[in-house]
Design a protein around this ligand. Structure first.
Ligand code: C2E
Ligand code: CA
Ligand code: CA
Length: 589
């Protein structure tokens, strides 16, 4: 038999019944709301009721995801979405309640129905049959307590806080899942650029003022149904609810960035705010709030990394990259302990003597599933996660162990040096010099046996600091090689002040040397060789693949060379064999 549903309202002393016959009801203070409630504690659209899967549901606010001011409480619990069941008590505000009733059969003649209604009315008037007070006060107390426990706004800016934001986004997600699959919304994850600089230079009070100004600017830019919240620190979140397409979200992000960028007066100084924005949108499938926020965060991180003051939309590719990087990072952490890292050695030759003078150590990772991985795949992530410190020290230790082995080997004369590559980050490691010293001592490495390679662009980035470290390294007998030279736009005056041992001509110039002997690469190579000689440092050409590369380089008086023409990077045993027997040198130069 068909059942009938009712909502029995009590608004202060006023009691009325709404028979639910339509599929959708809005309840609120707007004149066009289906169920109009005049009480001041009621929001414009306080709640909505809809019929789905043979059940009635109630949500806080309207169908666009705008929640009510005071929230919706069912049976004493704050809810965003609730499936209505017999006798559920809905509290809209202090003086307005409703009870959900469901009856089967012919109502008019049902004595049971009349009795129930009478009981409900008694209940609603706050008394039981004997005139004793009922439940209401208990519900109120619970509501009050839940509000006290969870503040919903941020003290500094007055914006909703993280937990309010998450609750609202969760609601929009539920709405999309359960009511309208076509409902689309976007999350903007915002991080203020260079906030630390403002805090450090103008002080924390000014920093706070700055955030308050930004909060006001955010709020001014949004449409009425959107929400901006402070997620913590200098991070903000924006929910753009009910958008037609991604282009709309992008347009809003762009507008936001332009509006925020207007100059701001702080402590009598003009500051130029800028923000980086990551956008995640329900155009991709999301199951939880945490997922969508995480992706918006990842996109924001990308925006920062690629130059700040811009926005990036999270896409599937980014997702795959993020999860494969995460996996790679996890594996890499175990790689050192599991002895999966290995150094390969590529011989460096004296072009005049035609003999091996040293090796460049190049790292490889024997990945258990993916096979031998090249450093280009894992060194960049290790730099992002600080794992590079550990890998860097391991590499130096391993290279020194090998130098020690070769030195003991009577068939290898004269003694060979090993070049080890260094990352930018290692230069900022305060224990670097200390650690290297310890390793040199452990293996009895002499001055010049270990050299360190650093690319030209890194050396130039923070030249004052680099010069200091280079000097310390020179003091402990570790010469320096400037790698990939010619690509980093060194200023010659700086170069003069760098305590360097060798310039290594970047592979791109060498491999572009033309057989015709008349091209720019050739000219650059010639200039670098001359420059090195005038600075009194050695010069190595890398990437020698063809005999005519070698011919040209010899003609230009390049001192040393390495490249596939002589040998690819090889394992230590093979390198030992080469060092013992010398290189087969069939070229007549
Ligand atoms: P890099 O320092 O410029 O190393 C030279 C790269 O060129 C090596 O690639 C080497 O195998 C390759 N190569 C050598 N000769 C030739 C040639 O004739 N033709 C061509 N096409 N290539 C040649 P690899 O081993 O893949 O290393 C790539 C980069 O990874 C290195 O560039 C270096 O920047 C970095 N790297 C390698 N090992 C380490 C390490 O232990 N620590 C750090 N921080 N970075 C490393
Ligand atoms: Ca190198
Ligand atoms: Ca190089």
């Amino acid at each position: 038999m068909e059942s009938k549903r009712f909502l029995l309202f009590r608004e202060e002393e006023n009691i009325f019944v709404e028979v639910l016959t339509k599929k959708i009801y809005t309840i609120g203070r707007r004149s066009h709301d289906d169920i109009f409630l005049a009480n001041r504690g009621i929001s414009r659209c306080h709640a909505s009721v809809y019929f789905l899967n043979s059940k009635f549901w109630i949500i806080d606010g309207d169908f666009k995801g705008r929640t009510s001011t005071n929230g919706l409480i069912v049976n004493g619990q704050k809810v965003l979405l609730h499936e209505l069941n017999q006798y559920d008590v809905i509290t809209f505000c202090r003086d307005v309640h409703a009870i959900f009733l469901e009856y089967q059969g012919d109502l008019a003649s049902s004595k049971a129905f009349e009795d129930s209604i009478r009981n409900v009315i008694l209940f609603f008037s706050g008394k039981d049959k004997q005139g004793m007070r009922l439940l209401d006060s208990e519900i109120e107390e619970k509501t009050l307590r839940s509000r006290i426990q969870k503040p919903q706004s941020d003290d500094l800016t007055g914006l909703p806080n993280r937990s309010a934001f998450l609750a609202r986004v969760r609601k929009s997600l539920e709405f999309k899942e359960q009511i309208s699959k076509d409902h689309q919304f976007s999350i903007l994850f915002i991080d203020v650029d260079r906030f630390k600089m403002i805090n450090d230079s103008l002080g924390h009070l000014a920093g706070d003022q700055f955030l308050i100004h930004l909060a006001a600017r955010f709020a001014a830019c949004l449409r009425s149904g959107d929400m901006v919240a402070r997620l913590g620190g200098d991070e903000f979140g924006i929910l753009l609810d009910d958008i037609d397409n991604l282009e709309e979200a992008k347009a809003i992000a762009k507008r936001l960035q332009e509006y925020i960028a207007r100059p701001l007066q702080l402590e009598n100084q003009e500051v130029y705010p800028s923000i980086s924005i990551g956008i995640a949108s329900t155009h991709l499938q999301y199951r939880t709030v945490e997922e969508i926020l995480r992706d918006a965060d990842t996109a924001m991180y990308n925006a920062k990394k690629t130059g700040k003051a811009r926005f990036v939309v999270f896409d599937e590719k980014m997702h795959q990259r993020a999860s494969s990087l995460l996996k790679l990072d996890g594996d890499l952490r175990k790689a050192i302990e599991n002895q999966q890292l290995q150094l390969y050695y590529q011989p460096i030759l004296s072009l005049a003597e035609k003999s091996i003078v040293g090796f460049e150590a190049l790292i490889r990772w024997n990945h258990p599933e993916r096979g031998l991985l090249s450093p280009d795949i894992f060194i960049p992530i290790s730099e992002e996660t600080d794992l590079i410190y550990k890998i860097g020290i391991w590499t130096i230790h391993e290279a020194c162990r090998q130098i020690d082995l070769w030195r003991e080997n009577v068939d290898i004369q004269p003694i060979l040096y090993v070049n080890v590559n260094m990352s930018a980050k290692q230069l900022s490691d305060t224990h670097l010099i200390q650690n290297i010293k310890r390793i040199l001592r452990k293996f009895g490495i002499k001055s010049g046996e270990l050299k360190l390679e650093i690319t030209e662009s890194i050396a130039m980035q923070n030249s004052q600091h680099t010069i200091k470290i280079f000097n310390q390294l020179r003091e402990i007998g570790v010469p320096l090689v400037i790698d990939d030279f010619g690509t980093g736009y060194s200023s010659l005056s700086y170069l003069n002040r760098f305590p360097i041992d060798t310039l290594k001509i970047d592979r791109s110039f060498v491999s572009n040397i033309d057989i015709s002997n008349e091209n720019t690469s050739l000219n650059i190579t010639q200039s670098i060789i001359s420059l090195a000689h005038s600075l009194g440092v050695d010069v190595v050409a890398e990437g020698i693949e063809k005999a005519y590369h070698l011919a040209c380089l010899k003609q230009m008086k390049c001192d040393f060379g390495q490249g596939f023409l002589f040998s690819k990077p090889i394992e230590a045993d093979a390198a030992t064999h080469l060092a013992e027997n010398g290189l087969n040198w069939p070229w007549k130069f």
